[in-house]
Design a protein around this ligand. Structure first.
Ligand code: AMP
Length: 397
């Protein structure tokens, strides 16, 4: 941890440029989920409490360097004001921002219009970054979810101003460092989901760091196939059998045990309520051409739960089956509940992230008990892949 937090900064009378992520879902001009907005409220409150003046920078959608009125941040104002309990002014132009930020009166919180309206943002243009930097005295990055991008507002500003992490960034980094950089061992991970191809870097990095790796979902089929199983119509990527074998060898060399499902729920239709058989899975399994493994089976879940009992730290990304359609949610729900229970009991530190993972844990009612759930998506995955995130590196992390 080489980065500073708000606790390390002197903010009285300072203009604080705060990069936030409020790229929230919007329907018919209304924010439908304000979670991202609510999560930055502590940062804004702490800056105000320290006598600083927040000037918020954010992107919204992909305007690609042009003004796209449908992607104005105006839509976020009511939710921001509700979350902060005070007024927020949208500043539509850089000239307007220059005028407003040079006023010395401690006026309302400012929100600069969609930073991606400017081509200099995604290009990380030094001149653009300098112009934005001139609007503030201190830079605070609270957008971990954008930290895998080297843009002017996520990376460039940190080179130009005294910088720190906001509260949400601080929580993300602390959780990720606890889970992967300095975990209490044994440390394990559940990696599930559809495809090995989207998680190759993730698997390659994790096997070098973990004691146990539980592989589930469609990607387990690719590993079983690589061992010789014929899994019929199951989702898998036969062209990645060699890669799967490489990952297994790398894991063995690194001392990471790979746990594959020892049985599965096997159906002939990919639909809710489809009839299924519980089938033993190993290198000798041969399914009919129209059969599909849609979920880990009961014995597989028992093995996974036994593994959880030995662990002190658990990372979770991806479901153990096609969790959106019952009854193929069973393994994911049971394992998520067990991890939540162990976390509540103080026996396990649990850190989860990645799009579908959050949905699955919410469905299991497990999300509140997990130690930390990252909503950062791509940035979470890149961290787990062992990549350097430019926005974090620029803060000194
Ligand atoms: P990912 O985005 O890679 O985490 O994959 C999540 C998706 O994988 C979910 O939509 C699941 O329904 C799907 N999935 C997981 N296991 C299976 C499986 N055995 N067969 C088909 N789809 C699966």
């Amino acid at each position: 941890m080489g980065w500073k937090s708000l606790d390390d900064m002197e903010l009285a009378g300072k203009r604080v440029l705060v990069r936030i992520d409020i790229n929230v879902p919007v329907e018919n001009g209304l924010v439908t989920d304000a979670t991202r907005i609510e999560r930055i409220a502590p940062t804004v409150a702490d800056i105000l409490a320290k006598g600083g003046r927040p000037i918020l920078l954010a992107h919204f959608g992909r305007p690609k360097g042009k003004v796209v009125l449908d992607l104005s941040l105006r839509v976020c104002l009511p939710a921001l004001e509700k979350a902060f309990g005070q007024s927020v002014s949208l500043v539509e132009t850089l000239e307007g921002a220059e005028a407003r930020t040079s006023e010395d009166e401690n006026a309302s919180i400012l929100l600069l219009e969609n930073i991606r309206f400017y081509p200099g943002e995604e290009a990380n243009d030094p001149e653009f970054a300098a112009r934005i930097a001139a609007l503030g005295d201190v830079y605070c990055n609270d957008a971990f979810s954008a930290a895998h991008r080297a843009h002017a507002s996520t990376e460039g500003l940190a080179q130009l101003l005294p910088s720190c992490a906001g509260r949400l960034m601080q929580a993300e980094l602390s959780a990720l460092e606890t889970a992967l950089s300095t975990p209490t061992r044994p440390v394990g991970a559940v990696v599930g989901g559809a495809k090995v191809s989207t998680k190759l870097d993730l698997l390659a990095n994790l096997v070098g760091k973990l004691d146990v790796l539980v592989i589930g979902g469609g990607m387990a089929n690719t590993f079983l196939g690589a061992m010789g199983a014929d899994l019929g119509a199951s989702l898998q990527e036969p062209d990645l059998h060699d890669t799967a074998r490489d990952i297994m060898i790398k894991a063995e060399t690194a001392g990471c045990r790979i746990i594959l499902p020892v049985d599965g729920r096997v159906a002939r239709e990919f639909k809710a309520g489809a009839a299924y058989d519980m089938v033993t899975l190993d290198q000798n399994t041969v399914l009919a051409a129209d059969q599909m493994v849609l979920d880990a089976g009961d014995a597989a879940v028992d093995v996974i739960l036994d593994e959880f009992k030995t662990l002190k730290t658990l990372i979770w990304n991806g479901p153990l089956g096609a969790f959106e359609i019952e009854p193929f949610d069973i393994a994911t729900m049971k394992a998520a509940k067990a991890a939540a229970h162990a976390t509540r009991a103080g026996a396990l530190v649990t850190v989860a992230g990645g799009g579908d993972t959050v949905a699955a844990l919410n469905l299991a009612g497990a999300a509140d008990d997990f130690t930390y759930i990252s909503t950062a998506g791509g940035a979470f995955l890149e961290w787990m892949e062992g990549k350097t995130l430019p926005g974090v590196a620029a803060l000194g992390g």
